[in-house]
Ligand binder design. Structure first.
Ligand SMILES: [Zn+2]
Length: 263
């Protein structure tokens, strides 16, 4: 084992403030560590990715990296660069973009919700796609209710592994992205696993487990169920990865017209 992870002080790319980033060693549950068959050291790396919470805005390391890729993407589109996500959010050109946040991107949601063209949704069991439940729009990534060529940017963070058919989800993402739009995302990857492994399928509405059930977060919670363990081959799958933590792909890939990659 190397040095144990501890808190750090640094400038936060989301809020722009000098802040303490708090490490939480308890996020990866013992059950998940066992299901993945990972070492203490790798579990610590996952805990680090999922914590290091900013003392000011609450964003985790993963969410800060996602925000950094979003900022980098906007900079490439517009030629304008910002020092923080909070600053970017004030930019008129950025505020004109049509953005989908499909499942809240952690504490970044408290910033994104002030964007005037944000389409935020959650997946909830027992709701219909497009339904508004308790004030929140519900969407299923496998059958989005948005029209073709609708979004400039689609954000998903550690969501695709929970979708029964990630292939359908990519298809829907490309269908609803405008030509030249971006999907900016994170997916967890197991560095010890060369190829993607399906843990379960959904057949006629019933789950068919291929491996022991695994959950990210609250063990046994339906919306935390893991259908797919992504492997390292995803790195070279043409996803246009810009930044990567060892145990997560954080990147952006670009749409080329409605569903064109899948025709
Ligand atoms: Zn912050």
């Amino acid at each position: 084992m190397g040095q144990p992870q501890t808190d750090e002080t640094c400038q936060c790319v989301v809020c722009g403030r000098e802040a303490v980033f708090h490490f939480d060693p308890t996020i990866i549950t013992p059950q998940l560590k066992e299901a993945w068959g990972i070492s203490d050291r790798l579990a610590e790396a996952f805990n680090r990715k999922e914590s290091m919470f900013c003392s000011n805005c609450g964003c985790s390391l993963r969410i800060r990296r996602l925000a950094a890729v979003l900022m980098q993407t906007f900079s490439e589109i517009s030629g304008l660069s910002c020092k923080s996500f909070a600053e970017l959010l004030e930019n008129k050109e950025f505020r004109d973009l049509k953005i989908a946040e499909i499942n809240a991107c952690g504490a970044l949601h408290s910033y994104l919700k002030d964007h005037p063209n944000l389409h935020y949704s959650e997946w909830l069991p027992h709701t219909e796609p497009g339904e508004v439940y308790a004030g929140v729009r519900c969407e299923d990534l496998q059958c989005l209710t948005y029209s073709n060529n609708f979004f400039d940017i689609i954000l998903t963070s550690e969501t695709l592994e929970h979708v029964p058919d990630p292939g359908k989800a990519w298809q829907e993402i490309f269908r609803t992205l405008k030509d030249g739009g971006y999907h900016i995302f994170t997916i967890p990857v197991l560095p010890s696993q060369p190829t993607t492994v399906k843990r379960a399928n959904l057949v006629d509405g019933k789950r068919d487990n291929l491996l022991a059930a695994a959950y990210h977060g609250a063990w046994g919670s339906e919306n935390m169920f893991v259908y797919t363990d992504f492997g390292m081959e995803q790195k070279s799958a043409g996803l246009g990865v810009w930044r990567r933590l060892r145990e997560s792909i954080i990147g952006a890939h670009r749409g080329f017209g409605s569903g064109s990659r899948y025709r």
